[in-house]
Design a protein around this ligand. Structure first.
Ligand code: KIV
Length: 308
């Protein structure tokens, strides 16, 4: 059972020291974030992967700062315990440190997240340091950095050649020295990721980087196979098949609407109580007080729990 207190940067550092794995998952909307919180994850990333899995782009490059803020707000309305971090999208932390700081301010003030994540190593260390000095926790991200997909020549495993290994080690050192809270290692060979993790005092969070990292992150839609046609990925383990379940449920709904099985009498509001109606009309078989209530109570989902 996870400690119910909100997760802080100090807690993340303590988890590293104690060898307690950090659980991180992405989320992009209110119900997903609420369920992730209930499941006890430690960190939620409002990742720019939302470009691929929610907005239908073929990379993260078209994602805008406004997209990230919009989704961060929905996530933060739901979350009580996990530490929520939002990705700074493509080219929003380049140009000048002041420009980056302005964008970080918007994510914190409008999006409500507790920190930001930036892709890159030594080349962005000065920006990371300025953000940290402004009081904002930063998560680094090295290895496969999807915003640089074209420069990297595609989505490829990193840390295979000596030059790549040296660069990775220099990058994580620079991020740690700049004050990063943690570093995501994406698609780094397992041996190098483990070695990097042992050599840092801040936690590493791996994705496709083996079991030697201090924590793991996966994309929500990958964990659940929440897609029309999920792609097999070696580094992902799917714990459900929500895409298939949704398709089956919507097909059943469509069939029942077309055959007039739905809505049944218990799904409608009646001027005359069902038991007083003509006996030839079907009445609800089970005692389902919510379904039989003559007032809907809430519209559209469960609604956000009231704070009073
Ligand atoms: O955008 C994202 O979801 C990410 C994770 C894959 C680490 O950066």
């Amino acid at each position: 059972m996870a400690d119910p207190k909100p997760v802080t940067t100090l807690k993340l550092r303590k988890m590293k020291e104690e060898g307690t794995p950090i659980v991180m998952v992405t989320a992009y909307d209110y119900p997903s974030a609420a369920l992730a919180d209930e499941a006890g994850v430690d960190m939620i990333l409002v990742g720019d992967s939302l470009g691929n899995v929610v907005l239908g782009y073929d990379s993260t490059i078209p994602v805008t700062l406004d997209d990230m803020i919009y989704h961060s707000r929905a996530v933060n309305r739901a979350v009580k315990r996990p530490f929520v971090v939002t990705d700074l999208p493509f080219m929003t932390y380049h140009g000048s440190v002041d420009r980056a700081l302005g964008h970080v301010a918007r994510i914190m003030q409008e999006g409500g997240s507790k920190g930001v994540k930036l892709e890159g190593g030594r080349e962005i260390a000065a920006t990371v340091q300025a953000i940290v000095q402004a009081g904002v926790p930063v998560i680094g991200h090295v290895g496969l950095t999807p915003q640089s997909v074209h420069a990297l020549g595609g989505y490829r495993v990193q840390g295979k050649s000596d030059a790549q290994i040296l660069k990775l080690k220099e990058d994580v050192q620079a991020l740690e020295q700049a004050g990063a809270t943690a570093i995501v290692l994406e698609l780094v060979t397992a041996e190098i990721a483990a070695e990097i993790s042992r050599g840092l005092s801040i936690p590493t969070i791996g994705i496709g980087s083996g079991n030697g990292c201090d924590g793991q992150v996966l994309v929500f839609h990958d964990v659940l196979q929440y897609e029309a046609a999920p792609a097999a990925k070696r580094f992902v383990k799917a714990y459900a098949n929500i895409g298939r379940d949704i398709r089956e449920a919507l097909t059943a709904y469509a069939d029942e609407v077309r055959s007039r099985q739905f809505p049944a009498p218990e799904h409608a509001f009646h001027a005359v109580k069902p038991q007083e109606q003509n006996r030839t009309e079907t009445v609800p078989a089970k005692d389902d007080s919510a379904a039989q209530s003559e007032e809907p109570g809430v519209l559209y989902g469960a609604g956000r729990p009231s704070s009073n």
